[in-house]
Design a protein around this ligand. Structure first.
Ligand SMILES: *Cc1c(COP(=O)(O)O)cnc(C)c1O
Length: 365
């Protein structure tokens, strides 16, 4: 026991230097007495669209709603199939079921934890309408290949970018590929609000219009309703806080990359495997794979190191998706990842000593 404690994450390291600005932001909203759909929201939407390199951004209530509203706006629903990774967080899949479409799971590449165009292509049928690519752990999938595949089959391509704020691929940011992308600003995400929040980004003016309309009770003009929408909007308070944090996202991402590189250089235990390197990774999560995960997790906990698992049960083995009729063995890579993945602490403000401490415990395993 070295006595050093390593939490999984530490919000204070990000928020403390910004405390005066964050205080001013929430006071500004309170004083203005305007809480939904106002100037904070508009300013954040413009800033986030510019950040992602897209024409439009629509603030919504959370990441799940962002994905659900994109699918609704793209008129995907009953009878349609949507391809989605078998190893994603359940929200990606819930968005598909919410609109009445059928999720069709795709096994990821075990070296990246991402689905590939080649594997996705095997699942395309006459009912396939869309591909939801998930940039899991902060790593952008092979979007050029997905754009080509979607083009060839006339499919709508959307990105679940809830873990990929600031990630880049060939000079393009997560969210700027395909027809639309959903972001989450859940507090623990790389750009986090202080409550639930999310956004849709797109270059398509009609998709942006429909997402905004559908998230506002199906209305663009007060008391005139074009569709049976929902209530899912980014509130002024969260937008004001996000405006303070967004300018720091690139520095935080650079710090995550630097710490991740340190981890990768220090971990030298053949029993602990890393995913393939990717310089554009935003490192929302730093996963290691270990066959003896539970013991490793205990060893780390005994040294004061907190870890998480993303995710212990793949979608096809979840009670909620029994109706899809999948069985154990159907998605070997997703099952391998669920059985071996362990997420190490990684956050802006984490010290090099903390990384070295974690690595030394891993190397002793
Ligand atoms: C967090 C997350 C979501 C959902 O975002 P919420 O804001 O929590 O609704 C969707 N997909 C992935 C991959 C996520 O990590």
């Amino acid at each position: 026991m070295s006595g050093m404690r390593v939490p999984y994450t530490d919000f204070g390291k990000m928020h403390d230097p910004l405390r005066a600005e964050l205080d001013a932001a929430w006071k500004r909203v309170m004083d203005r007495e305007w809480f939904i759909g106002g100037e904070e929201d508009e300013a954040f939407e413009q800033a986030f669209a510019a950040y992602c390199g897209t024409k439009y951004c629509v603030g919504v209530g959370n990441g799940l709603d962002a994905l659900r509203l994109i699918l609704l706006a793209a008129k995907i629903g009953e009878g349609d199939e949507v391809l989605v990774p078998a190893n994603t967080f359940i929200a990606s899949v819930l968005a598909i079921s919410y609109v009445g479409a059928t999720p069709v799971l795709v096994d990821p590449d075990p070296e990246t934890a991402l689905i590939t165009p080649a594997e996705a292509a095997k699942h395309i049928t006459s009912r396939t309408k869309a591909i939801m690519v998930v940039h899991l752990y902060g790593r952008i999938a092979e979007m050029e290949g997905f754009e080509k595949l979607a083009g060839e089959h006339g499919l709508f391509l959307l990105e679940d970018a809830a873990q990929a704020h600031g990630a880049v691929r060939n000079g393009k940011k997560a969210g700027s590929f395909g027809g639309g992308a959903g972001f989450s600003f859940y507090p623990g995400k790389n750009l986090g609000a202080m409550g639930d929040a999310g956004a849709v980004v797109t270059d398509d003016p009609e998709l942006a219009r429909r997402v905004r309309m559908l998230g506002n009770y199906g209305s663009e003009k007060k008391y005139r309703h074009e569709a049976q929408g929902v209530n899912s909007r980014l509130d002024e308070l969260q937008a004001a806080l996000l405006r303070v944090k967004l300018p720091h996202l690139d520095a935080w991402t650079a710090e995550r990359r630097r710490l991740a590189a340190l981890y990768a250089g220090e971990i030298r235990n053949p029993r602990i495997r890393l995913l393939k390197k990717d310089p554009g990774n935003g490192y929302h999560i730093f996963p290691v794979l270990c066959d003896d995960r539970e013991r490793l997790r205990t060893e780390l906990a005994e040294e004061g190191i907190q870890t998480l698992i993303h995710y212990p049960i793949p979608i096809h083995l979840q009670e909620a998706y029994r109706e899809l009729g999948y069985r154990q063995g159907d998605f070997p890579a997703a099952e391998m990842l669920a059985a071996t993945e362990l997420s190490l602490p990684l956050y802006p403000g984490m010290t090099e000593e903390q990384v070295l401490h974690v690595a030394s415990v891993l190397n002793r395993h």
